[in-house]
Ligand binder design. Structure first.
Ligand code: ADP
Ligand code: ZN
Length: 724
């Protein structure tokens, strides 16, 4: 009798499933996680469907499935989600599946993990490696083997040797206990009347199943977090899991503390910085339903929740939600999709909603929940423009006299000031004053950025770096190199000159080695141990610095002129958010915008605190140009090791586009970032009316079009956020 056959989805860059035979005596159902042979290796994969009528000619050639893993099966709603995301983004289904299986190295049938403990005297023959390991274990406690090896920086053989000598013993580690559960009634806040209304709406929303999207729209400092915690509390009471997405893990430090003040314990975290062990433990807790609340980066979307009941997307407008490597997907949009498949409520949160969400709220597709004013009667910051054409700083300086004067006053009052500049490093360009030579990356179409703290010139696209030379490599002149333009490090230098007694701190992602350091630096600021903070967008978001009352935006125009259809929106959101850090707890916040274009609609809307004016003009402009959400966009990015190959392929591809009067194919054009890591890049932009299945159109096009070969690469980006 023929054995049962199942179709298995493997986590590799393929769309189709593979058929495998199920060995006798093994019970396998759709969703089960199994090990299967794939070529020369075994991979962890998922049974996607039964195959009741396998091709009899192939049957005997099929391989058997391997071990079934002792984890809960992936639920139908998660499998549908994987199918949906793959279908929409045109990413291989196996690659989307892979994001759900990132459970770390310890996945598998209940594996007992082994630990190691120091029990005897050191051996006669002592090596440096042995000494290091013994030092790590000197507390006499049981350490996990892998942790001890990592900490000591030695190989596993060192343990074996010391076990033979009787210095160490191996013992099983106790199993991890389930984390304590958050208590929905631990510390309920006193809400203001307007917060109360919003909080009740949140609670109501989370009190029942059914797909619904709410836009929690509240000014910075209005208490959005406290308010959506009421939805979380309700979900916990109902025994359902909540997923809270944050655009950046930098944000989670203060958040974890606030969560534990409200619920008594910290939530489970999910992001790329977790150790393999924590990752494995958290994945298992989510899958078993033992993690009532998960806070994470966009990848938390793909976790196998046992009983998901609520999704919250904090700072929903943030562009960090778009993943542009591997599978191109927008986590906010996919969160809404996941909510609709799972039939559960979704809360999108922002002080400056994306134009897409704003339009959805205006059209009634999303329920708008408003928090119109700051908590505790704090005023919104007062905003002024500083016209760099009239009152700019002297050459080579970047802080205008007026801004400097205001910072001086703030520091004297023992308040904090934030200088915001979205540019890492010391200077974006270095040139030779003698011959004009500019330092560029050898494999990217980009200048090298001077990083003084690291003493190197760095390419921000490929990571290439070199020491800053003393001599021009082009003309040989000595000490002729000049830094052009500012980065945060240079601003710190200027601030230190202007305010020699003030304590300054630079916060920039490249200076932060690990998340714990970043959290402790943010705490130092919150505790008032810094007078002047100089930061990139890392400080713009979400943080609460009680003594910060002044924000100076050093170059408000920086994001405007780059040909991106969302440039105005981004600038409005970012500046609103960074200035929103000011005056949250006491005193009046002020924001200064140093700009060359004080008449620009974005600057005018910010200065007038007229959000409506901004959305009205932006929505009208999008509607007129048929840009999202009134039309749809997709990008094709073609790259190759040489320019003619990339361009030739891009042209052939463009001419193979199916004719459809609802779709416009623009390009190919050389990408604004024409070369990255030695690869020449061309872009095709596809623009369509709103009501068409653009993914299907793209799929049909790519199926009929020329195929990539050699080192040609084609990336598909549906709903692109970046146009570089
Ligand atoms: P938002 O996310 O809207 O910018 P937050 O949720 O961070 O605002 O709230 C701003 C500050 O006000 C936080 O320090 C928060 O703890 C505090 N806060 C807000 N609402 C309350 C409340 N009802 N009781 C006590 N503190 C509150
Ligand atoms: Zn480079």
């Amino acid at each position: 009798m023929a054995r049962r056959v199942v179709d298995v989805l493997v986590p590799v860059a393929l769309n189709q499933t593979y058929s495998y035979r199920v060995p006798d005596g093994v019970e396998l159902n759709p969703g089960d996680v199994v090990s299967v042979p794939l070529g020369p290796r075994d991979v962890t994969a998922v049974v996607w469907a039964d195959n009741p009528n396998p091709d009899p000619r192939l049957h005997n050639r099929l391989k058997d499935t391997g071990e079934k893993l002792d984890v809960p099966p992936l639920r139908p709603e998660l499998r549908s989600f994987v199918d949906w995301v793959s279908n929409y983004t045109l990413s291989a289904r196996g690659m989307v599946l892979r994001m759900t299986l990132r459970m770390g190295e310890h996945l598998g049938p209940e594996r007992v993990r082994m630990g190691v403990r120091l029990v005897g005297a050191p051996p006669q023959r002592i090596t440096i490696a042995r000494r290091r390991l013994i030092d790590v274990l000197s507390d006499g406690l049981l350490h996990s083997k892998s942790d001890a090896l990592r900490e000591a920086g030695v190989s596993a053989g060192v343990i074996d040797g010391l076990v033979d000598e009787g210095t160490l013993v191996i013992e099983p580690l106790p199993r991890d206990l389930a984390p304590p559960a958050p208590d929905p009634s631990f510390a309920e806040p006193d809400f203001s009347p307007e917060q109360r209304i919003a909080a009740d709406t949140m609670k109501e929303l989370a009190s029942k199943d059914g797909f619904q999207v709410a836009l929690l729209d509240g000014v910075t400092g209005s208490g959005k977090t406290e308010v959506y915690f009421e939805a979380v509390a309700e979900a916990i009471r109902r025994g359902r899991q909540t997923m809270i997405l944050m655009p950046e893990i930098a944000l989670t430090g203060q958040f974890l503390d606030r969560f534990s003040m409200r619920f008594g314990v910290r939530p489970i975290e999910w992001h790329s910085e977790l150790t393999p062990r924590t990752r494995a433990r958290n994945w298992a807790a989510v899958a078993a339903g033992d993690a009532p609340v998960v806070v994470g980066a966009r990848s938390a979307l793909f976790l196998p929740y046992a009983k998901l009941g609520l999704i919250i997307v904090d700072e929903e407008h943030d562009q960090a939600y778009k993943q542009d490597e591997g599978a191109h997907y927008h986590a906010r949009d996919m969160a809404v999709v996941r909510g609709s498949i799972a039939k559960i409520p979704v809360v999108l949160c922002s002080a400056t909603p994306s134009v897409e969400s704003e339009v959805n709220a205006r059209k009634g597709r999303y329920k708008r929940v408003v928090l119109p004013s700051r908590f505790g009667g704090q005023h919104m910051p007062h905003i002024e423009a500083i016209d760099l054409k009239r009152e700019g700083p002297t050459r080579g300086r970047f802080i205008s006299p007026r801004l400097a004067e205001e910072i001086k006053i703030a520091v004297e009052r023992k308040e904090q000031a934030l200088l915001f500049l979205n540019r890492r490093g010391y200077a974006p360009l270095t040139l030779c004053r003698a011959c004009g030579h500019r330092f560029a990356c050898t494999i990217c179409d980009a200048w090298l950025v001077d990083h003084r703290f690291r003493q190197r010139l760095v390419c921000h696209h490929c990571g290439f770096s070199m020491p800053r030379p003393h001599q021009c490599p082009h003309c040989g002149a000595e000490e002729s190199l000049a830094a052009i333009g500012p980065g945060v490090e240079r601003l710190q230098e200027e601030a230190a000159n202007l305010f020699p007694d003030a304590r300054t701190m630079v916060l920039s992602s490249d200076l932060i080695t690990d998340i714990e350091t970043m959290r402790s630096e943010l705490n130092e600021i919150a505790e008032g141990r810094v007078d002047i903070i100089i930061g990139t967008q890392l400080v713009a978001k979400g943080h609460n610095f009680p003594r910060l009352n002044l924000v100076g935006v050093v170059d408000a125009d920086l994001g405007l002129g780059n040909g991106d259809p969302r440039a105005a929106e981004r600038t409005f959101q970012l500046l609103n958010q960074v200035i929103g850090r000011a005056g949250r707890e006491q005193g009046r916040g002020v924001g200064y915008l140093q700009t060359h274009q004080p008449e620009h609609p974005v600057m005018k809307a910010l200065v007038a605190s007229d959000r409506e004016a901004f959305y009205a003009s932006e929505i009208e402009a999008r509607e007129r140009a048929l840009y999202p959400p009134f039309g749809r966009l997709a990008s094709l990015i073609i790259s190759a090791g040489d320019r003619p190959t990339a361009e030739g392929f891009a042209r052939k591809l463009a001419s193979a586009a199916p004719l459809d009067e609802r779709v416009q194919v623009l390009g190919p054009a050389e990408a604004p970032l024409a070369v990255i890591k030695g690869r020449y890049r061309f872009r095709i932009l596809v623009k369509s009316v709103r009501g068409i299945d653009l993914s299907a159109y793209m799929r049909e096009w790519l199926a009929a079009g020329p195929k990539t070969k050699g080192n040609l690469k084609l990336e598909v980006d549906i709903d692109p956020q970046s146009f570089l």
